[in-house]
Design a protein around this ligand. Structure first.
Ligand SMILES: NC(=O)c1ccc[n+]([C@@H]2O[C@H](COP(=O)([O-])OP(=O)(O)OC[C@H]3O[C@@H](n4cnc5c(N)ncnc54)[C@H](O)[C@@H]3O)[C@@H](O)[C@H]2O)c1
Ligand SMILES: [Zn+2]
Length: 368
């Protein structure tokens, strides 16, 4: 007898919308029992998937679900441009045509693009229907699928329209990473490493020791890395579900710099995690110049990022252009530069009123 691959279970005990994160390997064919547990009245599943994962992942899920439910499949073109009003409208109409009602649920299968878009559809169709996240990129598995942020972009304004809408379930199958491009995988490691720096020194050390197993995509190592990352994100989300206390802002370590890098290099030049890795290097260097951390901190972070094969510099980083982009970021409040900066491995703080000349020096230091 072949035993089913039982996934690990983490709880996200939000007071109004608690849900589990299930993390396993090769278990998507058994997803139906987890879905039935969470939604006993379910009769209809609409699988909204990234076109790139139609085969094998979305098809595997449909096969698993169709014995128990009426199923529909809607494919979304791959890539960031799909996080747009046109796709949102197309999906709303698709749900209407599929006779979606309160006994239906959306199953979002793909990376952060499909998760954010399908989550936004779920948040708004009939004023909100249930949805399940099946993230298939490393970034989505450790970051975007957890926390309930959904949304789309407006021209020139990323994630400008959206909603907090929690999934019923996050179902992570490590096997889906088997078809992911190496560059996308490595980029996702930036967010994994971020958790080590911002809140978990032990995990930071574990990553340093296990980078080879991670690159070899060893299932046990990946499961540990993804599980620890999801727990870290869930802890922050629990402390600050709607970004009101400042705790959730710690997740933005490296992101003020990183968003400016993404915008200036042109969207598509760097993957998100690549830009964030360079951004974290700039933030670490800034913290060192402000005497919040010592040289050893910066060396340790550089060593980890290098062993994870993440980029650590951007030769074209221009302080003037970067500052301009940072001041126009929607997260810049009242023209003040605020950064999430470390004090040691495993701890960061929100720092206001950072001297501009030190920001310039940190950018220049990471452009060599
Ligand atoms: N909601 C949140 O809290 C949150 C957090 C971080 C990022 N995000 C959003 O996430 C998005 C980025 O997510 P992403 O990095 O997953 O990008 P993505 O969804 O564009 O996926 C990256 C690429 O991988 C392909 N792909 C996905 N899974 C695959 C698989 N298993 N095998 C082969 N190819 C696969 C996709 O087609 C795409 O080309 C951004 O829009 C960002 O704003 C949201
Ligand atoms: Zn990020």
């Amino acid at each position: 007898m072949v035993l089913p691959n039982v996934p690990d279970r983490l709880e996200v005990p939000l007071p109004d919308a608690p849900y589990p994160i299930l993390i396993g390997s090769d278990w998507l064919a058994d997803l139906v029992s987890s879905i039935a547990d969470r939604m006993p009245d379910l009769s209809h599943a609409i699988i909204i998937h990234d076109a790139a994962v139609a085969q094998p992942w979305a098809a595997t899920i449909q096969q698993a679900l169709q014995a128990s439910y009426r199923t529909d499949m809607i494919s979304v073109p791959s890539g960031e441009p799909s996080k747009c009003v046109e796709q949102l409208q197309r999906l709303w109409i698709g749900l209407l045509e599929a006779k979606t009602d309160r006994k239906s649920a959306i199953i979002a299968v793909g990376g952060g693009v499909v998760g954010d878009l399908a989550g936004m559809v779920a948040a708004t169709f009939m004023r909100g229907i249930r949805f399940v996240q099946v993230p298939t990129t490393l970034l989505a598995q450790v970051d975007s699928s957890v926390g309930g942020k959904t949304g789309i972009n407006l021209p020139g304004a990323k994630n400008m329209v959206g909603s907090f809408w929690q999934p019923q379930l996050v179902a992570i199958d490590i096997a889906t990473l088997g078809t992911l491009a190496p560059r996308e995988f490595i980029s996702g490691l930036a967010e994994v490493a971020k958790y080590g720096v911002i809140c978990d020194a032990e995990f930071f050390a574990w990553l340093q020791q296990n980078h080879e197993a991670i690159h070899a995509r060893d299932a046990a190592a990946l499961k540990h890395a993804i599980r620890t990352s999801c727990q870290a994100k869930a802890d922050v989300v629990l402390a600050d579900e709607r970004e009101t206390t400042g705790c959730r802002a710690t997740l933005n370590y490296g992101h003020t710099f990183g968003h400016a890098i993404e915008a200036l290099a042109g969207y598509g030049h760097f993957l998100h995690g690549e830009a964030i890795a360079i951004g974290m290097q700039m933030a670490a260097d800034l913290a060192r110049r402000m005497r919040r951390v010592d040289d050893a901190f910066c060396e340790q972070q550089t060593e980890l990022f290098t062993s994870l094969q993440l980029p650590i510099t951007w030769s074209e980083a221009d302080p003037d252009a970067m500052l301009g982009a940072m001041f126009s970021d929607k997260k810049t409040e009242h023209g003040k530069l605020r950064f999430i900066l470390p004090t040691k491995i495993g701890h960061v703080e929100l720092v206001d009123d950072v001297p501009e000349d030190l920001v310039r020096q940190a950018i220049t230091a990471c452009s060599k």
